[in-house]
Design a protein around this ligand. Structure first.
Ligand code: FE2
Ligand code: FE2
Length: 175
């Protein structure tokens, strides 16, 4: 499986795969909405960290397009995080911003110079996993919580844009 091969040292993908798996278990067990939204919010925190880290990496600082693209993407991901946090609060939960278990807190040392193609390939795999997470969550909320589903669908549309942006970058800037 491509996904499994791609995990390797891809901490970003490992984080979102783990969170998607946790959400799948919670959905199967009929967990409360807050727990599901927290899994998505933790994935968004991983995204904010990832794109912020790359924007100010050695490559990011040397390549203006990296800083611009990654900073814009980090801003989108932060907006997603806040929308989910707001919905968790509306539903009576308490959003957890700490995200203690995220491996994405650190860029691997070898990712500081000359690693952009690899980093963006990793980003693409992780974004594709995030899309699957949002599709599954949207289906789960379909029919009984239209407000949450609308938020998830809005975010899903943004994630699809992120994925196509990443594909474009890999085919243009990183060849
Ligand atoms: Fe996002
Ligand atoms: Fe994204």
């Amino acid at each position: 499986m491509m996904e499994t091969d791609a995990i390797g040292e891809n901490h970003f993908l490992a984080d979102v795969l783990r969170l998607r798996g946790a959400a799948q278990v919670m959905m199967a067990e009929g967990a409360e909405p807050v727990g599901l939204l927290q899994a998505a919010m933790s994935a968004e925190i991983a995204c904010v960290l990832r794109y912020s880290l790359i924007a100010v990496s050695a490559d990011g600082l040397e390549n203006e397009w990296v800083a611009t693209e990654c900073a814009a993407q980090a801003a989108d991901e932060r907006e997603h995080m806040v929308r989910l946090a707001a919905r968790i609060t509306e539903l009576g939960g308490k959003p957890d911003y700490f995200a203690a278990h995220l491996a994405t807190r650190h860029l691997p040392p070898e990712a500081t110079k000359g690693c952009l193609p690899r980093l963006f390939t990793e980003n693409l795999a992780a974004e594709q996993c995030v899309i699957e997470l949002y599709r599954e969550l949207s289906n789960h909320f379909s029919g009984h919580d239209p407000k949450t589903q609308a938020i998830l669908d809005d975010i899903l549309a943004d994630e699809e844009t992120h994925t196509s942006d990443m594909e474009d970058l890999l085919q243009t800037q990183l060849i």
